[in-house]
Design a protein around this ligand. Structure first.
Ligand code: NDP
Length: 386
C-alpha cells in the first residue's frame, strides 16, 4: 500500500478505532513506559525528504513553529525515521521558508503560516501535525490540528492548565485522531532501564528518589522567561523531566507535594517566573522524590535509592550522552536518536491503531502535578494531588 492510499484509507475510516484506543487504553499507558519498544538504531536516511519515492509508505509530518527544537532536533531526526517523514512546515516567519525548503525539499503547497494553518485539512500529504510552539500556544494549535482532521504530537508541557489539556484531549477524541506528547525519553534505553529496574523491583522497593535538571538561561527576552507564554519557569521547561523520571521509575503517580522557591539572584531577569525551585513528591508506599529545576545551574541526574542499592543516571535527560550505574555495574546500552524513535513509534501507533505510550492523558497528569508544585511553593503548604 503506498503512502497516498494509506492517507486516503485513514481519512475515510475516520479512525473510530483510534478514538476508543485514545479514550480507553491511554490510562493504561499513563504509568508505564513502552518497555517493549526496540532499541535498535534507525539507519535509513530520508535525505531530501518530501515527495520522494522513499517516503511512499511513510506518514507525513508537519512541524508547527520552526524554532530551535524543530530545526535543531526534530527535522534532522526526521531524516532517520522509517515510518514518517517531514512533509510540511507551519511558520510565522517568511524568511525561514527558503532555508527549510532547500534543506528538506518541501513543496510550496505544504507550507503554511498561522493564518492559513486550518486549510491543512485539505492536504493529504500531512497525516500528523507536530506542535513545537511556546507552551501557552500548544492548546490552540492541537485543537485546530485535530479539527483539521490530523493526528497530533504536542511538545511538553502539554498545556498550562489541566482544563486546556481536557479540551485538547476532547478535540482529538471528537475528531477520532490520536494525540501524543513529545516525551522522547520514553524511547531512550537508559531511561527505559531505570523504568525496568524500578517497576520490576530489581533492587527491592524504592525508598527515595532524587532528580535535577537545569541550565543557565541566556537571552533575557526569550519566551521561556515570560509567564504568559511559558506558564512558569524551569519547572515547566525542565523540571517536568524530573517528574516524568519519578513516575516512570516508580511506575506510580504522586499523591502530595511540598515545594520551595530558590533565591532570585537576578530579580530583573526572573521578574515573571521562578529562577529555581525544589520540591518533594510523595508517592504511594512512602516513596519520597526530591526534585530540583533551575535556570541558573547545570543539573542532569535521576537517582533511585532502593532496598538493595542505588541505581541512577548521572547524565539523564539530554538528547544524547546518557550514563548510568547500578549495583551490578555501569549501564552499557545502545545509543539511539530519541526523537526519531519517538516519532516512528507514533507513526506506527497510528498505522497499527494501537495506543501511544505517551498519550495526552499522561501530559495532563504532569500538568496537574506542575500546578500542585506551584501551589505548594506559593502557599508553603503540603498540597494533595487528586
Ligand atoms: P523556540 O523559541 O526556539 O521556537 C519556538 C518557535 O515558535 C519560534 O521559532 C516561532 O517559529 C514560533 N512562535 C510562534 N509564536 C511565537 C511567539 N509568540 N514567541 C516565540 N516563538 C513563537 O522554542 P523551542 O523550539 O526551544 O521550544 C518550542 C517547544 O518545544 C516548547 O514547548 C518547548 O518546551 C519544547 N521543547 C521540547 C524539547 C524536548 O526535548 N522535548 C526541547 C526543546 C523544546 P516561527 O518563526 O516558525 O513561527
Amino acid at each position: 500500500m503506498n503512502r497516498k492510499s494509506i492517507s486516503r484509507q485513514y481519512s475515510r475510516r475516520k479512525f473510530i478505532h483510534d478514538l476508543s484506543v485514545n479514550a480507553g487504553m491511554a490510562a493504561l499507558a499513563v504509568n508505564g513506559l513502552n518497555l517493549f519498544s526496540s532499541c535498535n538504531d534507525n539507519t535509513e536516511k530520508n535525505k531530501g525528504s518530501a515527495m520522494t519515492k522513499g517516503n511512499q509508505n511513510k506518514l507525513g509530518i508537519a512541524l508547527v513553529g520552526l524554532g530551535n527544537y524543530a530545526g535543531g532536533q526534530l527535522a534532522p531526526a526526521l531524516e532517520q525515521t522509517n515510518d514518517c517523514y517531514l512533509a510540511g512546515i507551519v511558520t510565522g516567519t517568511p524568511s525561514k521558508i527558503d532555508t527549510w525548503k532547500g534543506k528538506y525539499n518541501i513543496p510550496d503547497k505544504n507550507i503554511y503560516n498561522y493564518q492559513t494553518f486550518d486549510s491543512i485539512r485539505d492536504n493529504p500529504d500531512i497525516d500528523i501535525v507536530y506542535v513545537v510552539l511556546p507552551n501557552s500556544m500548544h492548546a490552540e494549535y492541537v485543537i485546530r490540528a485535530a479539527r483539521a482532521g490530523k493526528h497530533v504530537i504536542c511538545e511538553k508541557p502539554m498545556a498550562i492548565t489541566p482544563e486546556d489539556c481536557d479540551r485538547m484531549i476532547a478535540a482529538c477524541k471528537e475528531a477520532g485522531k490520536m494525540l501524543s506528547i513529545g516525551y522522547r525519553l520514553h524511547f531512550e534505553p537508559y531511561n527505559l532501564e531505570m523504568a525496568r529496574l524500578g517497576t520490576t523491583k530489581a533492587y527491592g522497593n524504592i525508598k527515595k528518589m532524587n532528580a535535577g535538571f537545569g541550565f543557565p538561561i541566556g537571552d533575557p527576552t526569550q519566551w521561556r522567561l515570560n509567564k504568559k507564554l511559558a506558564g512558569g519557569g524551569p519547572l515547566e521547561d525542565v523540571g517536568i523531566y524530573c517528574i516524568q523520571g519519578f513516575c516512570y521509575t516508580t511506575g506510580l503517580d504522586p499523591i502530595a507535594v511540598t515545594a520551595q522557591e530558590g533565591p532570585k539572584t537576578d530579580k530583573e531577569k526572573f521578574r515573571d517566573v521562578e529562577q529555581s525551585l525544589t520540591w518533594e513528591l510523595e508517592f504511594p508506599g512512602n516513596i519520597i522524590c526530591h526534585g530540583k529545576a533551575s535556570y541558573s545551574e547545570g543539573l542532569n541526574y535521576l537517582q533511585a535509592e532502593a532496598e538493595k542499592g542505588v541505581f541512577e543516571l548521572t547524565s539523564a535527560f539530554n538528547y544524547s550522552g546518557q550514563k548510568g550505574n547500578t549495583p551490578a555495574g555501569p549501564m552499557d546500552l545502545p545509543k539511539v536518536n530519541q526523537q526519531a524513535k519517538q516519532m516512528d513509534d507514533f507513526a506506527q501507533a497510528v498505522k497499527n491503531r494501537r495506543p501511544t505510550p505517551v498519550p495526552g492523558e499522561m501530559g495532563k497528569r504532569d500538568v496537574k502535578i506542575i500546578q500542585a508544585i506551584y501551589k505548594a511553593m506559593e502557599t508553603g503548604k503540603r498540597v494533595e494531588i487528586s
